[in-house]
Structure formats: C-alpha cells, structure tokens
Design a protein around this ligand. Structure first.
Ligand code: ADP
Ligand code: MG
Ligand code: ZN
Length: 613
C-alpha cells in the first residue's frame, strides 16, 4: 500500500517536472508562438530583423528583439509560403533568412525534451511499479540468498548472560562455547574439538532465543539469526541454497554464531510425511547436514539451534559431529522466577511495597516470557492510570490477566446467567476447598474473562514436577465441580461446563493411556504419541493396541470420570449451606479473594497447606 502510494507520488512529481521543463523550452528568449500569417504581416510591414529556419520551424526576430515562432510545411520554401500569403517579393528579399539544417544542439534538446523524455519517464515509472510488485515477493525472487541478520551489528542492544536469569545449567554449558569463541587457541593447543552444534531445547518462552543471543553478546562475535520456517519457501530448492549462502557468509565472518531458530520446521524426522512440502524440508535439512560436516570443527563457526520439540527432530541432526551438545532449558522454579522478575523490573519503577518474591510465589508454571508479559501488562495498566510507580496490586491483577485473558466487564449477564455462573464457580471452589490434595482456591469470580463466563483460580503452593494419581483424581472432581453444582441445583446443564468436561476427559485419558494409572490396564503406554507431553501440545496418535484394549480404555476413562463426578456431587450436596453462602457473596461482590472466600465458606479447608499460607 505504502509502496504504491510512494510510486504515485514519484510519478506525479515527474509529470510536474516535465511540464515545467517543456514550458521553459517554449518560452526561451521571450519567444511567442504565432500564426504564420502574423509573420507574413510583419514581413510585409518591414518589422522583421531576421528569420531563421530549422526544418519546418520558423523563427522570426523582430526589430524590437521579440522572437516569433511558427511552423510551415517543411516541403515548401519560406519565400513561396510568404508569397502565398500575399507578401510582395521585394519585402521577402529584404529579410535576411538563415536556413539551418535542424541539427543544432538546442533543436535536438528540444526534440528530446518534448518527445523522448515523457516516454522515458513512463517507461521508468512502469519499471518502478514492476519492481515494487516484485518487492512483495522479493524473498521468493531472490533465489537462495538469505536475509540473515547479524543481530550484533544491527545496532540492537547487546544481550549478555546478565539479561538471562535462571537457567543456570544451560548458562554453564554455554559459557564453554563463549570461552572457545573468545580464545580458541586455549582449546586447540590441547587438541580439543569444540562442538559444532548446540541444540537448545525447552518449552516456548523459556528463553532459548534470548540465551543464544546472549552467547554471541558475551563472546562479542557476529550473530546470524534465521528461523527454520524462513527456509521453507515457495519453490523447492530455495531452502537448500539459502543454507549454502548462510554458511558461506558465516565462514567469512568466523568466529561467529549461526542461530537457527525453530529448527523443527525443517529438521523433522524425514519421511514421516506429516505436514506436507517435505521434499523441500528434506533438501534443506540435507543441506544443513552437508554444511555442518563440511567445515572443520575448529574454524570458529558454531551453530546453535533452538526447538521446543526435540522429539520430532531427525536423528541425523542429533548425531555426534552435528548437534551433539544438547542444552535443556527448564521452566523456571520459584527462585528463577524471582530472578527473571528482577531482570525485567530493572527499568520499571516499582512502589516500595512491591515484593517480587510474592509475585514469584504466585506464578508457578509461568515461563520467562509470561513473567515479562506480566510486568509489562502491569506497567501499561499503571501508565494508563497515570501513575509514576507500579503498585503491588496491579502486579497481582496482571497475573490473572496473563493466565486467563483480560476481564470482560462489559459482558452483561442477566440475573439468571449470573446465578448459574455463581453456582458453577462455587461448585469448583467448594470441591477444591474440601479435597485434601487439590490446590487451594485463590480467587473465585463471576466476571467473564477471555471465553470463560467466570473462573476459579487455584494455585499450587509449590512447584511440582511429579504428581500422584490421587491428586489427578481429585483434579477431575474439581473440574467437574461446576457441572455437579449446576446439575444438583438446577437439575439442568448449561454449555458453561463444556470446556471443563473437555479437560477432565483429556486428563482421564492421559492417566489411563500415558501414565499407567489404571490398574486394569497396567503400566503400559497406549498409542504412540508424536510428541512429548511434557513439552506441550500433543499431535496425532497412532493406535498400537487392539480393539478389546480400546474398550477397556474407554471404560476406564468412564470410570475415572464418573468417580470424580460422584465425589463432587457428594461434597456439594453435603455442604449446600456453605455453597449458598459462597453464591450469595459472589452475586454481591462478583469476585472473592482468598480470605473473603474462606470467610464465606465457613468451613476449615481440607488441605493443610491451605491454612498455612
Ligand atoms: P523462546 O525462544 O524459548 O520461545 P524467548 O527467548 O523468545 O523464548 O523468550 C521470550 C522473552 O521472554 C525474552 O525476550 C525475555 O524477555 C523473556 N525471558 C524468557 N526467559 C527469560 C530468562 N530466563 N530471563 C530473562 N528473561 C527471559
Ligand atoms: Mg524463540
Ligand atoms: Zn467450570
């Protein structure tokens, strides 16, 4: 859009220029374009000092120095023409006539400006348009040349290990790489071979990209970044030649770092056929392998790649001599979270009461990117309110915003909807409160957030990497608490419970098929997943069990779910008064913080941890 606009502007500018130029050409020496009759009359009157003829151009200079211009037919001579206009022949003879053959510089210049220049400008304009049209597709047209960026040169601020909080092991591993890039001799003297490839693995937002840049920043070497998806383009073969180009550029700049972000876009298991266009991917991948084998281990180019799906990578990439160094970035624990918050709070003025430790406590499961986002949300909120420092409450509110999406206060519920939502959320909260292993309730609200009508926020009291079957069973009961409440109170179900059912079913399925938590089915995995569950989404599953096992799986899932539902219903129907108290408080206040909730429910929490913090 912008481009086109600029071109049009250029075009209009050119036209204006031509106009001005042409008018200058015509008006030189105060010349006047006139009829031939006028010249004839002046000849007759004896006003003419001289006449110059160039081809068909007639230029008559009067005695008062005015210049008249006109055109005649080039075949007839001027004298014939004048005589035809009735000028007497002695008057014609009295005027000195200078015939030029039309090759004068100014004649050609005039010709050029009047005839050729406009054409040239139109052609140039078309050329412009075509170029800009190509610009949209530029990357497809520039076959094979990479638009790699040397981030350290691009004037962006330099990132060092100081900017990366937590991930201590990863930083230790990588500081070795930094040392090599700084003093290669130290290593080569002892005959050590430095790894060519380092693979950073970790869930999205754990700081892989950040850490790779920090390595380059620490070592002070050029950093060429390209994303795996940039290799995969319109035409087969582009990716491969881009790889060649990238490595060629990097070798010239050695020592340096090549960073291939999201390498799983090209480095997927070959021949698996998932995701289409794998011809192109395979060629690109092969080229990466060839290039990595092609350079000497110690020439100072180190390839760092990042992925959140190491399980799908082709084994050829992981072979020794390629990405044989693997560095895992774990989601941050509470101390790391505090460190990350400190890093990102550096340039944000905080109120003196702000305690980042508490914030870290309240954010289990948050990645570095989430935490950065949290502080940013709070800063934006503070700025919009015109504050000069960020208060603690704003930070706490931002946790929920990051977790659940923004509040939709404008979403108007009628009284009936509010009542149903209140009972639904009260059901979740009550069940969570009364089960010993469930996470304590932090907040209950009937204000819509994101797509949910209301929400119940539970927070684990500590970071956990391992969980027990009993806990999961209780989780299912809590998830179905809303459904159970609607069913018991209204003897009816709304659509509000559908996402609860989805997550309960998914959890039950994982317990049965992936985690060996069903005694009936035993310690076996059912269905080969194309993904590691610990790293996020699951894709597709190939079935590697018999029909009879499938039936047992189904019945086991059913059993877990119905047990959870029975538990939830039991807890709710035994505590209907507590339930009503929560609902009443919710309808009035819309949101109950932890203490208000505990007061409203009036029952001691089953979870011992619940009472402590
Ligand atoms: P990934 O590449 O693993 O998906 P990024 O490196 O792009 O994640 O991280 C996104 C943002 O999150 C970073 O720009 C940074 O601001 C923040 N972040 C993530 N991890 C950390 C960390 N360990 N320390 C400081 N900031 C972090
Ligand atoms: Mg990244
Ligand atoms: Zn619910």
């Amino acid at each position: 859009m912008n481009q086109t606009f600029r071109n049009i502007l250029i075009f209009v500018g050119c036209l204006a220029l031509i106009g001005v130029t042409l008018s200058f050409v015509n008006l030189d020496n105060k010349s006047q374009r006139v009829d031939l009759t006028r010249i004839a009359r002046d000849v007759q009157d004896g006003n003419i000092a001289s006449i110059t003829i160039r081809g068909s151009e007639v230029e008559a200079t009067l005695k008062d120095k005015t210049v008249l211009r006109s055109t005649k037919e080039s075949t007839d001579s001027l004298s014939t023409v004048l005589k035809n206009y009735g000028v007497s022949s002695d008057k014609v003879l009295a005027v000195p006539v200078d015939v030029k053959d039309g090759s004068g510089a100014s004649y050609w210049l005039g010709l050029f400006l009047q005839n050729i220049l406009p054409v040239a400008i139109v052609i140039a304009f078309m050329f412009f348009l075509m170029r800009s049209a190509q610009g949209q597709n530029n990357r497809a047209m520039m076959f094979g040349s990479t638009n790699v960026r040397d981030m350290n040169k691009d004037g962006e601020q330099k990132i060092t290990f100081k900017d990366v909080a937590g991930v201590k092991e990863a930083k230790e591993e990588l500081s070795e790489i930094v040392e090599f890039l700084k003093q290669p001799d130290k290593f080569t003297q002892l005959g050590a071979k430095i790894p060519k490839g380092v693979l950073l693995m970790g869930s999205p937002g754990t700081g892989k990209t950040l850490l790779a840049r920090a390595v380059a920043g620490e070592a002070g070497v050029p950093f060429f970044q390209i994303s795996g998806s940039e290799f995969v383009e319109m035409f087969v073969g582009v990716g491969a030649s881009r790889v060649r180009d990238l490595f060629a550029k990097a070798k010239k700049e050695a020592p340096c770092i090549i960073f291939i972000d999201e390498i799983d876009a090209v480095g997927r298991q070959r021949g698996s056929g998932v995701g289409g266009s794998h011809d192109e991917r395979e060629q690109t991948l092969n080229q990466i392998l060839v290039e990595m084998d092609g350079f000497e281990a110690n020439n100072g180019v180190i390839v760092i790649a990042a992925t959140n799906r190491p399980d799908v990578l082709d084994s050829a990439l992981l072979r020794p001599g390629r990405f044989d160094r693997r560095v895992t970035l774990d989601p941050p624990d509470i101390n790391d979270r505090e460190e990350i918050l400190k890093v990102h709070a550096r340039n944000k003025p905080m109120a003196s009461v702000v305690d980042l430790r508490i914030l870290a406590q309240r954010t289990p499961g948050f990645t570095g990117a989430d935490l950065m986002n949290l502080l940013n949300e709070a800063a934006i909120l503070g700025a919009r309110k015109g504050l000069t420092e960020i208060p603690m409450q704003m930070l706490l509110d931002s946790i929920e915003k990051v977790l659940l999406g923004p509040e939709r206060k404008s979403h108007v519920m009628n009284d009936e909807e509010r009542r149903v939502t209140a009972y639904h959320e009260a059901g979740h909260a009550l069940v969570a409160h009364l089960l010993p292993h469930a996470d304590p309730v932090h907040k209950v609200s009937i204000i819509s957030r994101g797509r949910a009508a209301g929400y119940t926020l539970k927070m684990p009291t500590e970071d956990r990497s391992m969980r027990r079957r009993e806990e999961y069973k209780e989780d299912i009961a809590v998830m179905l608490g809303g459904y159970a409440a609607e069913f018991l109170i209204f003897n009816d179900i709304t659509t509000g419970a559908s996402s609860d059912m989805k997550s309960a079913t998914r959890l039950a399925r994982n317990m049965v098929t992936q985690w060996g938590m069903s005694t009936e089915l035993g310690p076996r995995v059912y269905g080969e997943r194309e993904d590691m569950i610990s790293l996020g989404r699951e894709i597709h599953e190939s079935r590697d069990y018999s029909e009879s096992k499938a039936q047992i799986i189904d019945s086991e899932i059913d059993r877990l779910i119905s047990e959870g539902l029975i538990k939830a219903k039991e807890l709710i129907s035994n505590n209907l008064q507590a339930m009503d108290r929560i609902v009443k408080a919710l309808v009035v206040a819309e949101t109950l913080e932890r203490s208000a909730f505990n007061e409203a429910i009036g029952l001691p929490p089953a979870n011992i941890k619940n009472s402590s913090t």
